[in-house]
Every structure is written in structure tokens, then in C-alpha cells.
Design a protein around this ligand. Structure first.
Ligand code: AR6
Length: 177
């Protein structure tokens, strides 16, 4: 599903974040040390190769809501934007910190002059953020920023399961932008 918000395409697909070769940057659901981990981070570091960790670790530690940009190494994408999402129930207020991830990632993409960015559902795996709540925060934050974006024209949300995709589609369809 795709939706245009003030000239920016928001798209939701089911898939794997490391298999988005047409996107200039992919976003990592990172840990604060920017080390290889499980879930999205494990998949990204595995596909990118050891050079990614070598470049990323000196940029850490980062705080919940922050983001940093590195090269894509062996990935088909030019860049990886690493975001630290909040741990649900611990890093508060969760919604503000989660929205900050999306805002800061898009700011870095704009500063680098990128046209396309693919996001996973940050914090909804190991960090325990309830899926619907996190989806609402993610889509509302991105829709709010969309009108001010100059270089970023295509934002893709990559969901691992059909159920997660359905949650994104329902909430994206209901946004009133
Ligand atoms: N492509 C797309 N989505 C995925 C993939 C993938 N390859 N793998 C998992 N997901 P998580 P978090 C979904 O746990 O909650 C790491 O160990 C998954 O189903 O990767 O922010 C880091 O090192 C879930 O919906 O990220 C951190 O310590 C979503 O992506 C910690 O986990 C996010 O799951 C970060 O936890």
C-alpha cells in the first residue's frame, strides 16, 4: 500500500529490511553500543559485513531517540541509519522517544541529500513496544514531518509479518493528512 502525503510517498510492504536494494538508506533498530545484536540489527550487520560494526561502534553509545548515519558496506544501500528505540516500560516517555527516532533518522537522511529511506518497526521486537501503539507513533511522526522534507521523497516501512503489515495499512489509511 502507498499513500502520498504532500509529495512524499509513504509505502508499507511485507519483507526483510536487508532486501530493499532500491532504497538509498535502511534504518537499523540498533542497540546503544551500535554493535551487532539480534533481530533487525543482527540481519543488517550480517548482510553488511564486519566493516559496519567497525564504523558504527566509535559513534556510540547513543541515547533512546537518537540516530547516527554510516555507510552501507556490503549492503545494496548507500547508507544505514542506526536508531536506538525506547525499551517499553523503561525509557520514558516512550512515544516521544520513539517519534524522535523517526524524526532524527529523517533529518540525517535530509542532511545527506537522500531520496529514499526504509524503516523497520523500531522497538516492536526485543524492546517490547506494543505493535499498534508503535505503528501509530511511527506513522504520525513521519506524516507530520513529510511536508517539510526536501530531498526525501520515498519512505518505506518494511514489516516482517502479514499481521504487522495489516496494522500499518489500517493506520496509514486512517491518517487524516
Ligand atoms: N526485516 C524486517 N523486520 C524485522 C527483521 C528483518 N530482517 N527482523 C526482525 N524484524 P528488533 P527492537 C522486526 O527486535 O525491538 C537487537 O538485538 C521484528 O519482528 O530487531 O528495536 C538490538 O541489538 C520487530 O517487529 O528491534 C537491540 O538490542 C521489529 O522488526 C534490540 O534488538 C523490531 O525488532 C532492539 O530491539
Amino acid at each position: 500500500m502507498r499513500r502520498d502525503i504532500k509529495g512524499v510517498t509513504l509505502e508499507c510492504v511485507q519483507g526483510n529490511i536487508v532486501e530493499q536494494p532500491d532504497m538509498e538508506a535502511i534504518v537499523n533498530a540498533a542497540n546503544k553500543w551500535l554493535r551487532r545484536g539480534g533481530g533487525v540489527a543482527g540481519a543488517i550487520h550480517k548482510a553488511a559485513g564486519p566493516g559496519l560494526e567497525k564504523e558504527a561502534v566509535p559513534l556510540g553509545p547513543i541515547k533512546p531517540g537518537e540516530a547516527v548515519l554510516t555507510g552501507g558496506h556490503n549492503l545494496p544501500n548507500k547508507h544505514v541509519i542506526h536508531c536506538l528505540g525506547p525499551v517499553y516500560g523503561t525509557d520514558k516517555p516512550e512515544a516521544v522517544l520513539l517519534a524522535n527516532c523517526y524524526r532524527h533518522a529523517l533529518k540525517l537522511a535530509e542532511d545527506a541529500g537522500l531520496e529514499s529511506v526504509a524503516f523497520p518497526a523500531i522497538s516492536t521486537g526485543i524492546f517490547g513496544y506494543p505493535k499498534e501503539e508503535a505503528t501509530r507513533v511511527a506513522l504520525e511522526a513521519v506524516a507530520e514531518i513529510a511536508p517539510s522534507l526536501k530531498s526525501v521523497k520515498h519512505i518505506r516501512f518494511v514489516l516482517f509479518s502479514a499481521g504487522d503489515l495489516k496494522v500499518y495499512e489500517d493506520i496509514l489509511a486512517g491518517l487524516d493528512n
